[in-house]
Every structure is written in C-alpha cells, then in structure tokens.
Design a protein around this ligand. Structure first.
Ligand SMILES: Nc1ncnc2c1ncn2[C@@H]1O[C@H](COP(=O)(O)OP(=O)(O)OP(=O)(O)O)[C@@H](O)[C@H]1O
Ligand SMILES: [Mg+2]
Length: 389
C-alpha cells in the first residue's frame, strides 16, 4: 500500500498559485495569463497521477485554462483580496491531498492466520455503526493495535481496507510528517473532514509511535502540532451522530512510548501477539498456498515455529526458504536458464514437487526470530497494565 502524495508537484502548484495572485495584484495581466496556463498544466499532471481525484483536477485545469484564455478574467481579478483566493486554493489542495490517502486493497480476512478476536472486533465496529440502535450505543472511535514486529498489524488494516464497506484512509506517520507537509496539521483536519464526508470511514495510522513519541519536548514543533490536531480530531466534537462511523485505527510496536493523552483516546488497545501453535499452522498454510504440503508434519513444524518465537513475517520467510530448498532440489540448473530471453522463460513452467519435512528442517536453521522472551514479557506486562482486560 504505497502512498504517492505527489508532493513536489503540489508544492510547485502552490507556488504558482501564489505567484498568480501577486501578478494580479500588480496588475500584470500578461504575466498572470501565462501563470494561469502553467497552473492548468500542473492540474493536468495531477489528474494523470491521481485517478481518485482525476475528475476534480480536470475541472480545475479547465477553469484555469479559461482564466488563461481571458474568458473569466474579471472573476479572477478579484475585488476580494488575492490572499483569500490563495487560502481557498490551499484548503482545496489539502482536501485533495487527504482524498489521495483513500486506499483499497485486495487482502482478505482469510489471508490472515489466527487473530480471530481482533478480526471480529473490527468487523463488529463497522457493523454496529450501520445498525439501528439505542442512542447510548456508539461505535468505537479509536482502536490501537500493538505487538511485536511482523505479527500482522498492517495486514489487519489491509484486510479491513479490502473487506469492510468503509472508506479507508491509509496514513503512514512518516508521510504525514514528510518534508512536503510543511502544514501537516492542516492536513490532519482536512483528512478528518474528508473522512466525515465519506463516512463510514476508517483512518489507519501506521507506525503511530513516530507521531506520538512526541510530547516530551524533544520532537519538532511540526510533530507537536500534528499530534495536537490529531488529539482534537480524536475527541471528535463534530461527529456527534452515532450512526456516523469514523474509526481511527493505529498500529505500533512500541506502545510504551505513547503518552497518556494519546492513549486515553484509544479506549480499545489490542495486543497482536506472536502466533501460537494453531495460528502458526494457519499461517504456514497461507504462506504455502498453491504448494502440496500433504506429506509434511504440520503439527510438529508449527509447534517448533511457536517455540522459536517466529512472527507471521518470520513464518513467511521460513516458508519461502523451504520452498526455495525444494526448488533447488528439483531444478539444480535453474540459473543456467538466465541465458534465455524473458519471453522464452515465460513459455516454460517451473518444476515443483510436494514440500518435504527436510525442506523445512533446513529452513529452521536459516530463519532466526529477532524477538526475545524478555521483549515478549515487556509486551505482556504493558498489556496487563494498559491493554484490554
Ligand atoms: N497473522 C498472519 N497471517 C498471515 N501472514 C502474516 C501474519 N502476520 C504476518 N504475516 C506475514 O508477515 C508480513 C508482515 O506482516 P505485517 O506487515 O502485518 O506486520 P506488522 O505487525 O505490521 O509489523 P511491524 O510492526 O513491523 O510493522 C505480512 O505481509 C504477511 O506476509
Ligand atoms: Mg506494520
């Protein structure tokens, strides 16, 4: 789920719009006409890069083309101050940036092994928002997913984007704080305005700790501003209607870095732990989809995965390792095919055979979990103190 924020282009557009306003102020009509044509070109480029907002960008491009051809110059030579026009442009730009964060994905719930209760909770939250219900029953506004790296937190969000009937905003903390977002806190308001307009909505903030480690004074002014706008939005004074779903889903693997002001806005804090033996088994099946594993001792292999403290990500690497061992076994001369052209390669099939216990045994030697028992205790302790009961 990569996010393209078209940052440099937005910056150039913003600059050109400000220049246009100042040319109008100086009564430099030829200059302003040229600038309007340039702005129209920027909007065309944005339309090409951004299918979600294509229509809106094309309309704006057409408007600026009319300005540049002199057709609505009288309107664009505003009697109101150009400053107001610039502010409006800025607001539009922010709201377009916010809508560019709307994402879909093709991940399904069935692509996730284990984690049944978390999946259920996310489904229930969306369902309850839609149902007719007494006024006092309100959907959850904030869910925090925390746990060791690679346990499926981002995957859960991707499944929510792929399966739930809700508009899904995919926000990586670091992209909100990126250099293109001098005005990140305005983006947060635009994001939540857009999410309210497109309700039911889920705002997913991945790597949340990057944003919220902040209020200890060590972080930048920008980060602090973003965080405080986020806290205001999470209080959600403007979404009083209980049938409107605006769920903020945040993920982190360092929950202890979150300050209490942030935590209190996430009443549901869900531990996404390392998979147990049953979940390991499910993940192995998912990660070897399309391969024959009927001859493999799945019980004992999954038991060992759990003992080795493998995360879902480790199991994915582990299965890939086993698959490669099998591939090398059956196709020892695979590398020699590098002489063939890509088109010739496409006409041939890779030889595969059922996976065997030996393939996995070798994989156990190569994949080490980066997680220690001490680290798990730290998560469990935090869960006992601050997580769900
Ligand atoms: N429960 C799971 N079921 C199936 N595959 C999983 C599971 N957990 C992890 N994986 C595999 O590991 C990969 C990484 O998982 P994911 O990105 O969701 O971890 P994460 O919890 O977000 O980690 P981090 O804290 O490092 O961001 C997934 O793309 C998937 O291939
Ligand atoms: Mg993640």
């Amino acid at each position: 789920m990569k996010i393209d924020l078209s940052g440099p282009l937005y910056d150039a557009l913003k600059k050109a719009t400000a220049e246009y306003a100042s040319l109008i102020e100086k009564n430099d009509l030829p200059g302003a006409t040229k600038k309007a044509a340039e702005i129209a070109r920027f909007y065309h480029e944005l339309a090409n890069m951004n299918p979600v907002n294509k229509k809106e960008y094309l309309e704006r491009a057409a408007k600026w083309e009319r300005v540049s051809s002199g057709k609505i110059r009288s309107k664009q030579k505003p009697s109101q101050s150009p400053h107001t026009e610039t502010e409006k442009e800025e607001e539009n730009e922010m709201s377009q940036k916010a809508s560019s964060l709307i994402k879909t994905s093709n991940v399904k719930w069935s692509d996730i092994g284990g984690l049944d209760s978390v999946k259920k909770l996310m489904m229930e939250t969306v369902v309850i928002a839609g149902l007719q219900k007494p006024e006092s029953i309100k959907p959850w506004k904030g869910i925090l997913l925390f746990g060791p790296p690679g346990t499926g937190k981002t995957l859960l969000a991707a499944a929510a984007a792929g399966s739930l009937h809700a508009t899904f905003y995919d926000v990586k903390s670091e992209s909100v704080l990126s250099k293109y977002f001098g005005e990140s806190s305005k983006l947060i308001s635009a994001l939540y305005n857009s999410a309210r307009d497109h309700s039911p909505s889920i705002v997913f903030i991945d790597e949340f700790d990057a944003l919220s480690q902040s209020r200890d004074g060590e972080t930048s002014e920008a980060t602090r501003k973003v965080l405080s706008s986020l806290l205001t939005e999470l209080d959600g004074l403007s979404d009083k209607k209980s049938d409107q779903l605006l769920l903020t889903l945040a993920a982190t693997n360092t929950p202890w870095d979150l300050d209490t002001a942030v935590l209190s806005r996430f009443p549901r804090r869900i531990y996404v732990p390392l998979p147990d033996q049953k979940a390991c088994k499910e993940i192995i099946k998912i990660q070897t989809k399309g391969m024959d594993i009927s001859g493999v001792s799945l019980e004992s292999i999954s038991e060992k995965c759990a003992e080795m403290l493998y995360s879902g990500r480790d199991i994915s690497n582990f299965c890939q390792q086993a698959i490669w061992t099998m591939i090398h076994r059956v196709n020892p001369d695979l590398y020699k095919m590098a002489e063939l052209s890509f088109d010739e390669l496409k006409m041939r099939n890779l030889q595969t055979i059922p996976l065997a216990d030996d393939d996995f045994r070798e994989a156990f030697m190569k994949i080490r979990s980066p997680i220690t028992k001490n680290k798990i205790e730290q998560y469990e302790q935090w869960n006992d103190e601050c997580g769900e009961v």
